[in-house]
Design a protein around this ligand. Structure first.
Ligand code: SOE
Length: 391
């Protein structure tokens, strides 16, 4: 039977625009969805030619100059936001008021106060809202969550999180929007720390206190040329420089509400580390370790094994029962980064169909940004900050 069509409006493009377009194009082919997404319309803003090329490549049917035109259209069901972070709030609130369901790339917004406004708007409108912390939908992570819920790890004592990249190591990497506080909220603290805090909240619990040190190694960078985007400097003859307003690296020590102790190490200056999103969890009965660069492998140590036989086993999270892995190719047939976006799109479409809540959403986004704002304050004031201090 033909699936019901559902129309998407994409606001933005770029790296995440590609990842989301890939998911909308493929989700109904692989997953058992009630809907078939239609890539209806996307914005072109000031870059019409590039947007035309993007739309043709990914199958977007129409282009609109301004996101407001898209939000105002009656035939659009879902607004997908992949803009720089500072634009999320205005678009999400307008979309909610227009009764659209919202699929938004992380981090939620540049401040906790903005997140709360977004959360209020979607709650009042009763629309489905999703914040794309896609790593939650890696099957190995879904399986880690199951092991924790089954009590296999016991009481959790330690979370050790690290999210390390190296794409701004060159001091001549230009000053893209990711270096501006008013557009990004923070550096890797927000961009990568938001993912890491999302995983920690999902697997361990809520954060109560934060002690942090933010650090900027390269205080000035050349102004960006037209081609500069995330991960790619592009060609650039700029002689003028601008001030880096955010952290290049950040380290946080946290206490969780349940008594666990955690650390988060996030940076874009860890030479050789490309997308090293890693954690270790140490509990009274077992331990877990995972790293995105081998995303299908979950390492599990069972402290209830006989002492002489204890050691990490590597679980290939590619079987049915390992989260959403079962819909793919079969045991040992590894999947990749893009599949996490398909998992998220499928869960989102289900929430739209059922009128149910999907997580993480703007409520989670607000909680995450609250922790990160506490970290920023902790670093500025050189003291431990209670997350509840952030209003
Ligand atoms: C850049 O650091 C980036 O694209 C992040 O913004 C994404 O969220 C992460 O998944 C990959 O790296």
């Amino acid at each position: 039977m033909a699936k019901q069509k559902i129309n998407i409006g994409l606001i933005g493009s770029g790296f995440m625009g590609r990842a989301h377009s890939f998911a909308w194009s493929n989700v109904s082919k692989f997953m058992d969805t009630d809907f078939e997404p239609v890539l209806k319309v996307m914005t072109y803003g000031s870059k019409k030619e590039a947007a035309e090329e993007f739309a043709e490549k990914w199958g977007w049917e129409e282009l609109a100059k301004d996101w407001k035109e898209i939000v105002a259209r009656d035939d659009i069901d879902i607004i997908d936001i992949v803009t720089p972070t500072y634009l999320h709030k205005e678009i999400a609130i307008a979309a909610a008021k227009a009764g659209k369901h919202i699929y938004c790339e992380k981090p939620c917004a540049i401040s906790y106060a903005d997140c709360l406004e977004m959360e209020k708007a979607v709650t009042e409108a009763g629309v489905v809202h999703y914040l794309n912390h896609n790593y939650r939908r890696v099957p190995a992570i879904e399986f880690a969550k199951k092991l924790i819920e089954e009590g296999k790890i016991g009481r959790i004592y330690h979370w050790r999180g690290a999210y390390l990249q190296d794409w701004i190591l060159d001091p001549n990497f230009p000053l893209t929007w990711q270096f501006r506080k008013d557009m990004a909220g923070g550096g890797p603290l927000y961009d990568l720390g938001s993912h890491s805090v999302d995983l920690a909240r999902y697997l361990v619990g809520e954060v109560k206190t934060v002690m942090a040190k933010n650090y900027t190694f390269t205080p000035e960078r050349p102004l960006p040329g037209k081609e500069a985007v995330v991960f790619r400097a592009g060609s650039n003859n700029a002689t003028e420089t601008g001030k880096v307003e955010v952290d290049d690296a950040s380290f946080m020590v946290v206490e969780f509400e349940n008594g666990a102790l955690g650390s988060f190490d996030v940076t874009r200056m860890a030479g050789g580390r490309k997308n090293y999103n890693h954690f270790e969890i140490y509990g009274s009965k077992g331990c877990l370790s995972w790293n995105f660069e081998s995303m299908n492998e979950l390492r599990f140590l069972n402290l209830e094994d006989p002492a002489g036989e204890q050691g990490y086993r590597t679980i290939s999270a590619t079987l049915g029962g390992h989260g959403q892995a079962g819909v793919w190719w079969g045991p040992g047939h590894v999947i990749g980064y893009e599949n996490t976006f398909i998992h998220a799109a499928a869960d989102f479409l289900k929430a739209v169909k059922d009128g149910s809540v999907i997580t993480p959403n703007f409520t989670d986004g607000a909680k995450i940004i609250r922790v990160l704002e506490a970290a920023a304050r902790s670093s500025e004031e050189n003291r431990q900050v209670l997350v509840s201090e952030i209003a």
